[in-house]
Design a protein. Structure first.
Lengths: 270, 399
């Protein structure tokens, strides 16, 4: 699946993710206000914006946690707006959460094994009537999970309860879980928040490596501007539920509208 | 050793061997050998060592505890596995009991029909009745789960508690269905001709002679085998399914629903599945109970006896651990039954405090169970046996 990479410059295929005029109201609050953008295959696209701009709401709408009030979400030109989260997952879209949501009473290894798609052992009757098949698959999945653990450098914690990991390790575990899914597009919600510098550098390297070697596309929300500048191209800026602008990192950094959105003043602006 | 004791010993052997397989450590082959030897010794020693009345009491105690253990396993597959707070155990227990009764009894005829009504009576064999009880309870569970599983935690508890009460009131009020407020009588006991005077005609003479010293009152010795067998099958099936990738999904849903959904698991379907599995098992427990007590009515299925005591059993034994569910059932039923003796013995002292007190002994028992529950929650919330760390048994061991 990852082999046939499409150059980000090619215009022919539809974008891996396209969001059209998404609107979402929470009571009187309009969290998304007609937001549109697209993510091209093979990029690491940054999604930034001040607090309350609607970034996480956008992730929730894309991944099917709730239906937007109007607007559409498309992947490769196909509508996925009404799919439930597991349906979105099956289209090759994974996400992590801002606050890690690990399965605390399971080991790190089984947290990863859980994610592997299409497991025969997940079907009720197979566990009784086709134990051989299930056992064979479990061995494969276990081996793959160990590889992923090695990649994120958590091998020595394989048998630890996931709930016992440190905040930074949980972030790594979140990334590792998305890898088990063999995704096309990964949505990362603040992957570096609460992570120390060393771990953050490692995270950056990992994301860069995965894009380069495995052709995974990333869309990431991040407040750490150093990380965004270093990693993302292009960067989309959201403000008050809308797309404010999109461009190369340096363009975004120098745009007065972005500064205004972050530093306030949009109300009092002359 | 008298022939009575020897015959009783032969009945005790089988449940004891199964108990041995469950409890003893070691590899399966070694365990089987050990269990068989130990069971043979204990089965012979018990009837010699204990007075006959006490032994009969112990056997009927174990039978009832075994039925509770099946219920507790059913609850474990809902609460322990997926985290459903089902306070409606009694409802599914009742559905199973009445279903099996309807399928196995004879439609009342003649003068009896005036006193006793039921929707149908098919005279199916015992095992078919048990299976139908499970299936019907599972269907009821499925239908209920579609609206109710939109709720979680305490709200689910309230809804299921209400539904169990509704089910009980249906059985109480719908005379045509299962004789309404009057008990349904004459639920057949499987193979009870073993203990009748002209024993079953198909039995070989040797076995008839062997059983001859036993009276119909000893039937419970046979029924313990039935309960032990059903309990074993339920335990093995549940253990298999919960220690698998399927069980892993359930635990993931229990721990963190959103994350399980985002990792490609159909959370709604998984929650319904585990609820239906639990309902099936509770239905089976109901059938086993109905054929044991022979006569059932709505009052057997009140929340205290059929829901909350099961919760205490599972909490004490260890939520999420199937062995714990069984252990808890025996322990709590032991406390419950033991308390009756203690209160009996203490009745002069109670009388001294207040003349009404001894007659209210039953409430003291409930108080004891409540204190036990409070103690568990405060001091050992995970129960006696912890949930196992590793979920999947299909995963290769080591490297």
């Amino acid at each position: 699946m990852q082999d046939k990479r499409v150059s980000p410059l090619s215009h022919d295929p539809p974008p891996v993710l396209e969001v059209r005029d998404l609107v979402k109201n929470f009571g009187g609050l309009r969290a998304l206000d007609g937001c549109s953008f697209s993510v091209q295959e093979g990029t690491i696209t940054g999604l930034i914006g001040p607090n309350g701009a609607g970034k996480t709401t956008m992730f929730n709408a894309i991944t099917g946690f709730f239906r937007p009030d109007s607007g559409r979400v498309l992947t490769d030109g196909q509508d996925i707006t009404s799919l439930p989260p597991h349906g979105v997952f099956n289209r090759g879209i994974c996400r992590t959460f801002q606050i890690p949501r690990e399965h605390g009473t399971m080991t790190v290894l089984e947290n990863l094994m859980l994610v592997a798609p299409d497991q025969a052992g997940e079907r009720f009757w197979n566990c009784w009537f086709r134990p051989g098949l299930v056992r064979r698959q479990e061995r494969e999945i276990r081996d793959r999970a160990m590889e992923v653990l090695e990649f994120v450098d958590l091998t020595r914690l394989a048998d630890e309860y996931a709930g016992r990991l440190s905040g930074g390790q949980k972030k790594l575990l979140e990334l590792a879980r998305t890898l088990m899914a063999e995704p096309r597009l990964v949505l990362l919600d603040e992957p570096a928040a609460g992570v120390n510098r060393t771990l953050m550098n490692k995270l950056t390297e990992n994301i860069e490596y995965l894009r380069r070697e495995r052709g995974i596309t990333f869309l990431l929300i991040e407040h750490d501007m150093d990380l965004v500048m270093q990693l993302c191209d292009p960067v989309i800026v959201m403000s008050e539920g809308r797309r404010l602008m999109e461009g190369r990192p340096e363009e975004v950094r120098n745009d007065p509208r972005v500064l205004e959105a972050y530093l306030g003043g949009q109300y009092g602006a002359a | 050793m008298e022939p009575v004791d020897l015959a009783r010993a032969s009945f005790l052997f089988f449940p004891l061997a199964l108990l041995g397989m469950l409890v003893l450590p070691g590899r399966p082959a070694l365990r089987l050998l050990l269990a068989v030897v130990a069971a043979a010794i204990v089965a012979v020693v018990l009837p010699i060592w204990l007075p006959r009345g006490i032994l009969t009491y112990l056997v009927s105690f174990s039978t009832m505890a075994g039925i509770y253990a099946i219920l507790s396993l059913g609850l474990n597959s809902q609460w322990g596995l997926t985290g459903h707070v089902n306070f409606g155990v009694a409802g599914f227990f009742a559905v199973g009991a009445f279903t099996s009764a309807l399928f196995t009894t004879k439609m009342p005829e003649g003068a009896l029909a005036a006193y006793s009504q039921q929707a149908f009576g098919l005279e199916w064999p015992f095992l078919a009745g048990v299976v139908m009880a499970g299936i019907v309870a599972a269907i009821v569970g499925f239908l209920i789960s579609i609206p109710v599983l939109r709720l979680r935690t305490d709200f689910l508890a309230i809804a299921t508690l209400g539904i169990a009460e509704v089910i009980r009131f249906i059985f109480q009020n719908e005379r045509w269905l299962a004789n309404g407020p009057q008990p349904m009588r004459g639920i057949p006991r499987p193979l009870d001709c073993l203990f009748a005077d002209p024993a079953c005609s198909w039995l070989p003479q040797g076995v008839v002679n062997w059983l001859a010293p036993l009276s119909p009152r000893d039937y419970v010795f046979f029924y313990l085998i039935v309960v032990a067998l059903v309990l074993t099958v339920v335990y093995l099936a549940l253990e298999r399914i919960s220690r698998s990738p399927w069980g892993r999904m359930q635990r993931a849903v229990r721990d963190e629903e959103n994350s399980a959904a985002m990792n490609g698991k159909n959370v709604t379907a998984r929650r319904i599945e585990s609820f239906v599995v639990g309902s099936f098992i509770m239905g089976v427990a109901g059938a086993i109970y109905a054929h044991y007590v022979v006569s059932i009515d709505y009052s057997h299925f009140n929340p205290l006896f059929a829901t909350f005591i099961v919760w205490v059993m599972l909490m004490l034994g260890g939520s999420g651990n199937n062995k714990g569910a069984i252990l808890g059932a025996f322990a709590v039923w032991g406390v419950w039954s033991g308390a009756a003796f203690v209160i009996d013995m203490a009745s002069p002292a109670l009388q001294a405090i207040s003349p009404d007190l001894p007659s209210r002994g039953a409430y003291l028992r409930w108080m004891l169970v409540a204190i036990l529950l409070a103690g568990i929650v405060l001091f050992r919330p995970q129960g006696i046996l912890r949930e196992r760390k590793k979920v999947s048994d299909f995963m290769p061991k080591g490297d």
